[in-house]
Structure formats: structure tokens, C-alpha cells
Design a protein around this ligand. Structure first.
Ligand SMILES: [Fe+2]
Ligand SMILES: [Fe+2]
Length: 361
């Protein structure tokens, strides 16, 4: 899963032909498709973490979920009873997740291909990561088909713009994406285990093993990150991880709160879910990053909430009538609110993770 700075906006969706859903319009929150400097990745010195990388590679080779993503008989029924707002929110959730998984597949596949003759260990690992993400995206796309829609992944591959990220940014953001993906899936799974009456669709039964894939992917990127000392033992690295943690958490908050209906439809409180995902992902990041955010700071969630309100206003303006210049002027103050709140959040005190290094978690 690669969804750190991502989430599609259903506004502007259209269908290409019956049953094939056009990709959503690209917005600030849309899942990105990434490319990077493959030569630089090929030249990375991994010697500091060879044992850790080999051990995650062995886990990936074991392919524990080989037989997991097989649709059982429970899927074979009509899903028309999921209707109205719940249906819209659920399809939105499926599409966003499918696009994120597919984005991960494309990046990992390309990394594997480009590193084939230059770094066999990384090339094999990326091929195995791509295998998992292809399964995830395919499984989600089949779920969309149950609702009469599917994403044209070939179209998506060709038409989406690719954002260039240097390898360092890719490592930070993919590590975070995989770990936040793990927490997103496992928390939904745990909730539905306790409240099976809200399991509206069998997909959720697959989340427990599924999230273990994301956890392993995250562990691989953790080893990759720790193999590059400049990614954790410099003052610049402390500023970067603060930036990426914050960006991922703001994006997650905006996405979850904007789609609170979906979480309500499965009996979850979107705000509480968002908090749990963020607290846990932040804590997990301690294992890889030199510092993490203080998500328990009293200003932390209220400021995120202000960003979410501003985002809601931006969506309302975008969906409203009027000339684009007028809309642009109307949007400016709300964009200002988000930038200001993010700046204040960025300047909150952080927690040093290096001093915990070596302790057992
Ligand atoms: Fe995935
Ligand atoms: Fe993943």
C-alpha cells in the first residue's frame, strides 16, 4: 500500500463505459503515483542492515498469504441492500484503497525491474512487495465489481501523472504508508471482531492476514531506512521525519473525517478511529525514525480538526457554482488556515526516538 499523501475525491467521477469507473480527478488528496532516482537506489550501501533485510526477504519469500486472497462463497450474493449513502461511501473506500495498493504495485514493480542486474537483493524484495500489492489491488477491484464498477488499472497506469520523489522521500513515505496501512486495517478488523453485526461485506474478514503483509512491507522499509545513516542521524533527517509524519497524519485526518459516513456505516466513530490510527502509527515510527511527534500534546488533535474543517470548506467551494477565479479567491483563506495550522503543528515539541534505541518494545 502506498497511500501516505493520498485519497481520491469522488467529486468529478465519471464512467468510461458501463461498469468501468473513470479515475477520479486529481486533487491535493488524490493518491499519487511515484517515480524515483533508480540509479541512486541501486548504489545504496545496505551493509549496515544486511541481516535485517535478509530476514524480511525470507519472510516475503515464505509467502504466508499465498492462499489467502481467494474469494469464498460469502461473496456470491447480491449487494443491492447496501445502498444510498452507505453504498457511495463504501465504493469510495474501495476505490481509494484499490488505487493506493495499485500505486504501490507500480512503484515496486518498476524498482524491481530497474535494479534487476544491479542489486539482486533489493530487486527480489521489490518483486515480492509488488506481488503482494497486486493481490491487494486485484482483490479490491473484484470487490468493486460486486457493486457494478471496476477501476481500469491499465488506463490508470498510462494516464496518471507520476510524481518524482528522491529515494530518501520514497523510503520515509512508503515506510509510513505501510505502517499506517497496517493500523488502518487491523483496527477495523478488531472492531468488527467485537461487533460482527457491522460486518456489512466479507472483505473485512480478510483484513487480519492482509495487514500482516503491510506490516512486513513496513519492516522492509524500516531496514532500508536504518541502513542509510543520513536518514536518521542528522539534524536534517529530524526535520524531514517531522514533516512526513505531519503530512501523513493531516492527510489521514482529512480523508477519514471527510468520509465519516463510511466509518459510521460499520459502527465506528471516525474521530476516535483517526486518533487511534495516528497514535499507533506514530509510536510504531519510533522504531525507524530519529524522532516522532507528540500526538498526545493538547494542541495536536484540535489543530488537525481545524485543518479538517478548512478542508470541508474547500470541498464545498469546489463543488459549488461560480467562476473559477471567484472560487479561487474564496478558497485562499481556507488554504491559509491549513498552512497556518500545519506550521503550528510542525513547531510543536517532538519526542526523541534515538534515546529509546536498543530497548525492547
Ligand atoms: Fe497492500
Ligand atoms: Fe504494502
Amino acid at each position: 500500500m502506498v497511500n501516505s499523501i493520498a485519497s481520491p475525491d469522488l467529486a468529478g467521477s465519471a464512467t468510461l463505459r458501463p461498469g468501468i469507473k473513470a479515475p477520479v480527478q486529481e486533487t491535493l488528496l488524490t493518491p499519487r503515483f511515484y517515480t524515483t532516482d533508480f540509479d541512486k537506489v541501486a548504489q545504496m550501501d545496505l551493509s549496515g542492515q544486511t541481516t535485517e533485510l535478509e530476514s524480511v526477504l525470507a519472510e516475503l519469500r515464505a509467502d504466508y498469504n499465498r492462499h489467502h486472497f481467494v474469494r469464498n462463497a460469502e461473496f456470491e450474493q447480491c449487494w443491492e441492500h447496501i445502498d444510498g449513502e452507505t453504498r457511495r461511501a463504501f465504493i469510495d473506500f474501495l476505490e481509494r484503497s484499490c488505487t493506493s495498493e495499485f500505486s504501490g504495485f507500480l512503484l515496486f514493480k518498476e524498482l524491481s525491474r530497474k535494479l534487476k542486474d544491479r542489486n539482486p537483493l533489493l530487486s527480489e524484495a521489490f518483486a515480492l512487495l509488488a506481488r503482494d500489492e497486486a493481490r491487494h489491488a486485484g482483490f479490491l477491484n473484484k470487490a468493486m465489481a460486486d457493486f457494478g464498477l471496476s477501476l481500469d488499472l491499465g488506463y490508470l497506469t498510462k494516464k496518471r501523472t507520476y510524481t518524482f520523489f528522491p529515494p530518501e522521500w520514497v523510503i520515509y513515505t512508503v515506510f509510513l504508508s505501510e505502517k499506517i496501512g497496517y493500523w488502518r486495517y487491523i483496527l477495523v478488523h478488531r472492531h468488527l471482531e467485537q461487533h460482527p453485526e457491522h460486518r456489512i461485506y466479507p472483505l473485512f474478514r480478510y483484513f487480519e492476514n492482509w495487514c500482516q503483509d503491510e506490516n512486513r512491507h513496513g519492516d522492509f522499509f524500516k531496514a532500508l531506512l536504518r541502513s542509510q545513516p543520513n536518514l536518521w542521524n542528522t539534524w536534517q533527517s529530524r526535520l524531514w521525519v517531522r514533516f512526513f509524519l505531519l503530512t501523513v497524519f493531516v492527510t489521514h485526518t482529512l480523508t477519514v473525517l471527510e468520509r465519516a459516513d463510511f466509518y459510521e456505516s460499520i459502527g465506528m466513530d471516525a474521530r476516535e478511529y483517526n486518533k487511534q490510527v495516528i497514535h499507533n502509527t506514530n509510536e510504531t515510527s519510533k522504531k525507524a525514525f530519529p524522532s516522532i511527534l507528540d500526538t498526545h500534546h493538547p494542541e495536536f488533535f484540535p489543530r488537525l480538526e481545524k485543518c479538517a474543517i478548512a478542508n470541508q470548506k474547500l470541498t464545498e467551494i469546489a463543488n459549488g457554482q461560480g467562476f473559477s477565479l471567484v472560487k479561487w479567491l474564496q478558497k485562499l483563506p481556507w488554504i491559509g488556515v491549513i498552512i497556518w495550522q500545519m506550521l503550528r503543528l510542525y513547531l510543536l515539541p517532538t519526542i526523541d526516538a534515538e534515546k529509546f534505541r536498543g530497548q525492547v518494545y
